[in-house]
Every structure is written in structure tokens, then in C-alpha cells.
Design a binder for this molecule. Structure first.
Ligand code: HEM
Length: 133
């Protein structure tokens, strides 16, 4: 998302999808706004994945407190980031809003990374019970 967003910004195609939430052709992509279309579609997928991860982490009895906090902050950040993306469009790429969009993207990345690091510290459980002689 950070790479695609950086490209959207640097290549100046941020307003090729001038509407919110859908692009001019609804759910259909078009070469005129394909980069911004990809940015929004991957954002929607990212949002679902981050929220699904948080649901599993919060349900888990083994997940440490820090992991639960990190995944909750990630959920808040991804919802805020998608909402902020909408405001960036409505306010026609206001520089302060684009800067906040970059900053919140970094918060989101850090919290997802922390969740992953915590998950690697957790003891792996055997999926299949060991067979005894
Ligand atoms: C997980 C969600 C998202 C992440 C992590 C993300 C991240 C980013 C990043 C890092 C940038 C580059 C900012 C810069 O270079 O200063 C960017 C640009 C941009 N994002 Fe997102 N974004 C997300 C969702 C969205 C959504 C849903 C929209 C809705 C339309 C959106 C609209 C934009 C636009 C228009 C730009 C270009 C701004 C410009 O031209 O300067 N983003 N995004």
C-alpha cells in the first residue's frame, strides 16, 4: 500500500478517480484510472485482512496483551486510513491531509509488523496430535 500510494502521489494520478467511494465506471477498472483503482481495491482488501487478523488475535487465549493492543490499533488505523483516503479525494489532495495519510499509513504498517513479530514469538502448536506407540 505504501509503495502503490507513493506511486499514486509521485505520478500525480490521485484525482483520476475523482469520486468516492467508486471510480467513474463503478466496480470496473479502466486504464484511465487503473493505478488509483488498484490503490483503492488493495486498501479494501487490506482493511478486511487487518480486521480478520484482529478478530482471531482477540479471540486467542495464547495471544499476549501487547499483540492484542497492536492488532486493535492496526484496526483503528486501517479504518481511519480508508476514511482519510476519502477525505483526501473530497478535499482535492490537500497537502496536510495527504501528509496525515502518509503518517497514518506508517502507524498502520508498524502495528501490523508488531502483530507479526508477536506471532513469531508464540509457541507453535501441533496441528495434528502426535501418534503414540
Ligand atoms: C490501507 C489503506 C491505505 C494506505 C496504507 C494508503 C497509503 C498511502 C500512501 C503511503 C500514500 C502516499 C502518500 C505520500 O506520498 O505522501 C497514499 C497516497 C494516496 N492515497 Fe492512500 N492509502 C490507503 C487507502 C486509500 C484510500 C481508501 C484512498 C481513497 C481514495 C486513498 C487515496 C490516496 C490518494 C488520492 C493518494 C495520492 C495523494 C497525492 O496525490 O498526493 N488511499 N496512500
Amino acid at each position: 500500500m505504501i509503495f502503490i500510494g507513493g506511486y499514486v502521489s509521485a505520478s500525480g494520478v490521485g484525482l483520476t478517480c475523482p469520486d468516492w467511494p467508486l471510480c467513474p465506471q463503478g466496480f470496473l477498472p479502466h486504464e484511465d484510472f487503473i493505478i488509483e483503482y488498484i490503490h483503492r481495491s488493495v486498501a479494501a482488501t487490506t482493511g478486511l485482512l487487518v480486521m480478520a487478523t484482529a478478530a482471531f488475535v482477540l479471540k486467542s487465549k495464547d495471544a499476549p496483551r501487547g499483540m492484542k493492543i497492536a492488532s486493535l490499533i492496526a484496526t483503528g488505523a486501517v479504518i481511519g486510513q480508508i476514511a482519510l483516503g476519502a477525505v483526501v479525494i473530497v478535499e482535492r489532495l490537500h497537502s496536510l491531509l495527504v501528509t496525515a495519510h502518509l503518517g497514518l499509513g506508517l502507524v498502520l504498517f508498524s502495528m501490523v509488523l508488531m502483530t507479526v513479530v508477536y506471532s513469531h514469538r508464540m509457541p507453535a502448536k501441533m496441528a495434528v496430535p502426535a501418534v503414540r506407540d
